[in-house]
Write a protein that binds this ligand. Structure first.
Ligand code: ADP
Ligand code: ZN
Ligand code: ZN
Length: 669
């Protein structure tokens, strides 16, 4: 057989195909080059691509093919299972394979001018080795159940209440996997919020060359860490959703912490779920995967039911001797009417904490000072002119800001339409709550924690250090504060205004609210001091709060899943959503109408297509947005339909500035 003449190359372009290139004069190709990066001419530019296959000939006549410039052999080729993973991702999410592959590679390794590597000094100080504590009976049982399953693909859902010691279970599994000479992939929702975990892993396994991968890392560091994973010098990779694509030739275990967290979903570009890809990857490599959470996603919970795909492991008790779950009390705000957002019961509880030098946390999931500014004389309200949304009042830097597009304007001194001097702020955000508390408790040190005050990892770590150092008496914060943090002096959690989510149009809102409240409640009483959670609500008897008060996630999940089954919602049906954006809503909706009339639709009567409608946020950054929901009881049939449909949509002629995309298993819409 003649040697292969042609390299088939994946490129980062929005086309569902590969590109063939000829071997340059004097060059040779071998199968060892599959998975290597390659520099090629493309149009009037050059690009870095990935060789996915070799071929003896092409559909294009040889003489017309361009020649590639050079195969980059500075890295070992990407392994076959990595190529297969990206291929699965492209198939399942119906994204162009070249885009999936190239966006999975750190920018430094796919750009023509790699970032300058500053001299890298590996941290000289070796972390202090931390001895492992004795396991609790529940931890031992969970580990024994995992060990008993032996080698091969096994998916476990580790459901453990906050503080039950899920991390210790992970660390023991990591230990065993390292001892077997395999690599570990540990995924976390947001690395910013989990510096403690990184430190704990590094301290337990100082010789494992732990590397982290997340978007805040500089390009050079990201490339370096990726290389360390690929060459095997890093035995543990700790990262956010993008790390699911790290090449790990000796992968032996995957752990997904807080598996229910929405940040595992990529929301633009290639829209994937890192958790679901992680399960695929474990299956592909025939290894174990552990999904951990105090409030698992309903999808995962349903996967454990009767002979399901996952095996459920439960930790019901807190790991530290004597640490109990907090007492949850509901404050009926119809009776105990809040002033400035705070009921007398909550105020009293804060006072008691101040007297005992303990910390309180007030949870309000809305940042800014007030969600809207309005004029009572003429009815003007602060709207974003680019989005179908209000501008949020931020008092500290005196501006009105859109939380969807980032638009910013100065706070007007008087009403822009009628000149009335008396414009007022309506509703309450964290800044306003902070101001109210400062007035009520002038002696208290108050710390606000939200995206405005903790924007970078450095700011966040400084805030956490302050909290740990006892430099704050009252914390006011959004869900940022709810995530995986131990604050030993914290004994009171006040949930200020959670009710809106009970009746939100988004049917996933209760699941999210329960998870948030469970997590934030879990911050109270982590050490030997008992904790208390006060929930201000007009609906104290609502089943969501009732199950929360007994920390009863299983009952909550069972009721909600029952409702979803009756209503035919996921996970009992499978969905995808086609979205279109254009300067005019009519264009966006018209595209969806055309899409709904595609031949693929007629060929798949088992797939339901709903009517095209404007999205809830119907305009963002000056683009009107519409969507079309697609549903089928069978994932397989839905997938078959989507593949055909997308290929037909690719050839629809689009009006200027119209963009569309498909999202499979959409989270929110
Ligand atoms: P989770 O991730 O389930 O919320 P963590 O793993 O953070 O819980 O553990 C909560 C606390 O319990 C931590 O301070 C941890 O050091 C401690 N802990 C975990 N396992 C044990 C154990 N077996 N014995 C004593 N303390 C433990
Ligand atoms: Zn006015
Ligand atoms: Zn806007």
């Amino acid at each position: 057989m003649p040697p292969p003449q042609i390299a088939r190359v994946a490129l980062d372009v929005p086309l569902r195909r590969f590109f063939d290139y000829r071997v340059p004069e004097g060059g040779v190709l071998s199968t060892d080059d599959i998975g290597c990066r390659v520099r090629v001419p493309f149009g009037r530019h050059r690009k870095i691509g990935i060789i996915v296959d070799l071929a003896a000939d092409s559909v294009i006549p040889l003489a017309q093919l361009k020649t590639f410039e050079v195969v980059l052999r500075d890295l070992p080729p990407l392994p076959a299972d990595w190529l297969r993973l990206t291929e699965f991702c492209a198939d399942y999410y119906h994204a162009p394979l070249g885009q999936v592959m190239l966006s999975a590679v750190p920018a430094g390794l796919r750009s023509l001018t790699p970032p300058l590597e500053r001299r890298h000094r590996p941290s000289a100080a070796h972390p202090v080795v931390q001895p492992a504590p004795d396991l609790t009976a529940e931890q031992s049982a969970a580990l024994a159940a995992i060990a008993a399953c032996g080698d091969g693909f096994h998916a476990f859902l580790l459901h453990g209440v906050t503080g039950s010691g899920k991390t210790e279970v992970y660390l023991r599994l990591v230990d065993a996997t390292l001892a077997a000479g395999r690599q570990i992939l540990l995924l976390v929702p947001e690395i910013n919020l989990t510096p403690q975990l990184e430190a704990r892993v590094a301290a337990r396994f100082p010789a494992a060359g732990l590397v982290s991968l997340h978007s805040e890392l500089g390009e050079a560091a990201r490339s370096r860490n990726w290389r360390a994973a690929l060459t095997g010098s890093a035995r543990i990779v700790l990262g956010t959703r993008l790390a699911v694509f790290t090449p790990l030739p000796e992968l032996g275990l995957i752990i997904v912490d807080e598996e229910h967290d929405a940040s595992y979903k990529q929301q633009d570009g290639v829209r994937y779920s890192a958790r679901d890809l992680a399960v695929f990857r474990a299956h592909q490599r025939r290894i174990a995967i552990v999904l951990g959470s105090a409030t698992p996603s309903f999808e995962s919970w349903a996967n454990c039911a009767g002979g399901g795909r996952y095996r459920l492991l439960s930790l019901h008790e807190r790991a530290i001797d004597g640490a109990r779950l907090p007492v949850v009390r509901r404050i009926d705000t119809r009776v105990d009417k809040p002033h400035d957002g705070l009921s007398s019961a909550l105020l009293l509880a804060i006072e008691q904490r101040l007297a005992r030098s303990e910390q309180s946390l007030l949870f309000l999931n809305r940042r800014g000072y007030a969600p809207v500014l309005a004029c009572l004389a003429c009815g003007w309200i602060s709207r974003c002119h680019r989005c179908a949304a209000n501008l949020v009042l931020h008092l500290f830097d005196r501006c009105l800001r859109c939380h969807h597009c980032g638009f910013q304007a100065a706070v007007p001194k008087s009403c822009p339409t009628c000149g009335n001097q008396d414009v007022s702020a309506f509703g309450r955000g964290t800044q306003r709550l902070e101001a109210v508390l400062a007035e009520r408790f002038p002696q208290a040190r108050i710390l606000r924690v939200d995206r405005d005050s903790a924007n970078s990892r450095r700011q966040w770590e400084a805030l956490v250090a302050k909290i740990h150092g006892g430099e704050a008496d009252i914390l006011v914060g959004t869900q940022m504060l709810a995530k995986g943090h131990d604050f030993p002096r914290l004994t009171l959690v006040g949930v200020v205004a959670p009710d809106a989510a009970l009746f939100a149009a988004d049917w996933r809102a209760p699941e999210r609210l329960f998870a948030q409240l469970m997590q934030v409640a879990g911050r109270a009483g982590r050490a030997e001091r008992p904790g208390e959670v006060l929930i201000q609500t007009q609906f104290p008897d609502h089943p969501l709060y009732a199950t929360l008060a007994c920390h009863d996630y299983p009952t909550f999940a069972m009721t909600q899943l029952g409702e979803r089954q009756r209503a035919g919602f996921p996970p009992y049906t499978h969905q995808a959503v086609l979205r279109a954006e254009a300067p005019k809503m009519a264009d966006a909706l018209n595209f969806l109408v055309v899409a709904r009339a595609s031949p693929a639709v007629l060929a798949h009567p088992e797939v339901t297509l709903y009517d095209p409608v404007p999205m809830r946020l119907s305009r963002r950054a000056s683009l009107e947005r519409g969507q079309l929901l697609v549903e089928s009881a069978s994932r397989r049939i839905l997938q078959r339909f989507l593949a055909l449909w997308v290929s037909q949509l690719d050839s629809v002629r689009l009006p200027a500035r119209l963009r569309w995309h498909l999202e499979v298993d959409p989270g929110e819409f």
